[in-house]
Design a protein around this ligand. Sequence first.
Ligand SMILES: NC(=O)c1ccc[n+]([C@@H]2O[C@H](COP(=O)([O-])OP(=O)(O)OC[C@H]3O[C@@H](n4cnc5c(N)ncnc54)[C@H](O)[C@@H]3O)[C@@H](O)[C@H]2O)c1
Length: 325
Amino acid sequence: MKILVTGGAGFIGSNFIFYMLEKHPECEIVCLDLLTYAGNIKTLAPVMDRPNFKFIKGDIADREAVYKLFEDEKIDAVVNFAAESHVDRSIENPGIFLRTNVMGTQTLMDACRKYGNVRFHQVSTDEVYGDLPLDRPDLLFTEDSNIKTSSPYSASKASADLMVLAYHRTFGLPATISRCSNNYGPYQFPEKLIPLMISKALRDEKLPVYGKGINVRDWLYVGDHCSAIEAILYRGRIGDIYNVGGNNERTNIEIVKMILKELSKSEELISFVKDRAGHDLRYAIDSSKIQRELSWKPSVSFEDGIRMTIRWYLENKEWWRELLK
Ligand SMILES: NC(=O)c1ccc[n+]([C@@H]2O[C@H](COP(=O)([O-])OP(=O)(O)OC[C@H]3O[C@@H](n4cnc5c(N)ncnc54)[C@H](O)[C@@H]3O)[C@@H](O)[C@H]2O)c1
């Protein structure tokens, strides 16, 4: 199988490429990435010389370039990670989120239709469901929960999801969608909560925490997200949505304190800052469908995952320091 992985120079996409080349050495991977601020070609250095890996710099919303790639490469499946992915940036500049996340997804699906009804998997997010109240721990998002977005980021991801479902229903595109909770692990850009806090703590800088730090997220180790996408790609029911989550809800402040403790740093580094506009309170995912139907389950506990992640950032300071220049 020849898989086009878009956004493979970013956090989850690069982890997915490493995972697939290790687990399925017979597969070929073509990575299409625009190398925005969030993409780092150096991340892919370990696989660059592999005969079954190819990197192409390009924009998923550039129709001519995408069609040329499909003509040249005879792609069997697309896994679309490419996106603008940071909520704060979507508040500053929503337009680029619509272009990449919505128009880019549509361009890729048009190519899939034109070049042999190619299998398409859309990597989406639990943020499309909006948020849940803090005082109702019994409530979880299921695949049937309403789409109720809060930020321009989540609205763009939800719009793309709706286009994927429309392309499946209207044109018979063999598509699936995964909606995953917050990921953490190696190669995450240090603007996102966990690597931001690790990198600041390691430099003894103040750790900015929104509001009172009570917002709750469900955290999943990135390797477990990769295995979930693999399961859906190979065995998922066409036209379906699968929620993916870690059953691991934590408040932001709990995470920050855990990182400081692990690094033996003082909690005095914590600095509470003005809350993000429209900040979602709680995300919590019911992933029983993928567990039941595809026998997927998370394999890394949060305690192990956070330790592995902190160790990775300690051992790879040059990777993240360069990005902060
Ligand atoms: N990080 C999370 O916790 C999380 C959780 C659920 C879902 N997701 C989704 O997973 C996907 C990957 O997230 P991530 O955290 O790895 O993001 P990331 O920001 O680390 O990486 C995004 C990658 O996409 C590339 N890119 C951006 N615009 C492009 C374009 N127009 N054409 C081609 N490439 C482009 C960037 O260069 C970068 O390499 C996104 O679709 C995101 O919505 C992320």
